[in-house]
Design a protein around this ligand. Structure first.
Ligand SMILES: NC(=O)c1ccc[n+]([C@@H]2O[C@H](COP(=O)([O-])OP(=O)(O)OC[C@H]3O[C@@H](n4cnc5c(N)ncnc54)[C@H](OP(=O)(O)O)[C@@H]3O)[C@@H](O)[C@H]2O)c1
Length: 256
């Protein structure tokens, strides 16, 4: 992925990692379009950052994805990077159906069906470009489970497997599959996360991601140092200890 001269669409960039990455890529010379459901926030961001493209999109809605894709491609026929950033993370209680069913369905629709439908909407266009990238966004929790968010963990594991599998199918085409695997980062993804001392400061995370993209433009996975204990827990033979530590009630014992 050429971070200095790409044309990038990031659905799921009205806040958090998506917005910080969008603004950094723009500073580095790329053309960036951000997307999300919050229309007023998109208008505000467009006013604050002249030149930043905005498109309203609900990635839980197939029709909204189709309409947004049409709008983005009409305005940016040179689009060559899609980042499937939009995601939700909600606590669940799997001891009763009321505790998880609605949340689980919403999480699968946004975190798994969303990226699948986004790829469907953009793949033919991206294949027509000489070089293109689809960046998916999984999580360290794709590799070790956090007790309170079973469906979130499962959707992120699915995003990892999907990225790996589609990469095999796209070998020999102009489209590369790249997986961004964040550790806990200080955003509004979950209540309390913006101030969590076990989460990475957002600016530090995005700076490390951009440095990795620059240093390793052909990497399949973008892994900051903080996520490696989770990503490689199984390979290092310490998965049980990492799962116990991650789910410890003692915040000082957590390492996510
Ligand atoms: N922060 C972390 O610790 C962490 C760790 C691992 C992975 N991740 C992943 O990183 C991604 C970004 O999360 P974040 O931490 O930056 O959280 P965030 O600040 O809550 O950002 C989530 C973004 O997704 C958008 N979004 C959610 N549902 C959407 C929908 N149905 N349609 C369109 N956009 C939607 C939100 O925009 P609107 O509300 O405007 O729609 C927002 O821009 C997620 O996929 C998350 O799972 C985060």
């Amino acid at each position: 992925m050429r971070i200095h001269a790409s044309t990038v669409f990031i659905p799921g960039a009205t806040s958090g990692i998506g917005l910080a990455l969008a603004l950094r890529l723009r500073e580095l010379g790329s053309t960036v379009v951000i997307g999300g459901r919050r229309g007023e926030l998109l208008d505000q961001l467009a006013a604050e950052h002249p030149g930043l493209g905005t498109v309203q999109i609900d990635t839980a809605d197939a029709k909204s994805i189709e309409a947004a894709a049409e709008e983005v491609l009409a305005a940016h026929p040179d689009l060559d990077v899609l980042v499937t950033m939009a995601g939700i993370m909600r606590a669940e209680d799997w001891t009763t159906p009321e505790g998880f069913l609605a949340t689980a369905e919403a999480t699968v629709t946004t975190n798994l069906l969303g990226p699948i439908r986004l790829v469907a909407a953009f793949i033919e266009h991206l294949r027509s470009r000489p070089e293109a990238t689809i960046m998916t966004v999984s999580s360290g929790l794709a590799f070790v489970p956090l007790e309170v968010t079973p469906t979130y963990n499962a959707t992120k594991a699915a995003v990892h497997q999907l990225t790996d599998s589609v990469r095999l199918q796209l070998a020999g085409t102009s489209v590369r599959m790249v997986e961004l695997v964040p550790p806990a980062v200080r955003t509004g993804l979950m209540p309390g996360q913006e101030t969590s001392d076990v989460a990475m400061p957002l600016e530090d995370f995005v700076a490390e991601v951009v440095a990795l993209l620059e240093a390793h433009p052909d990497a399949d996975e973008i892994l900051v140092e903080n996520v490696k204990p989770l990503r490689y827990a199984e390979a290092r033979g310490v998965r049980a200890e990492v799962v116990a530590s991650l789910n410890s009630r003692d915040p000082h014992a957590r390492q996510r």
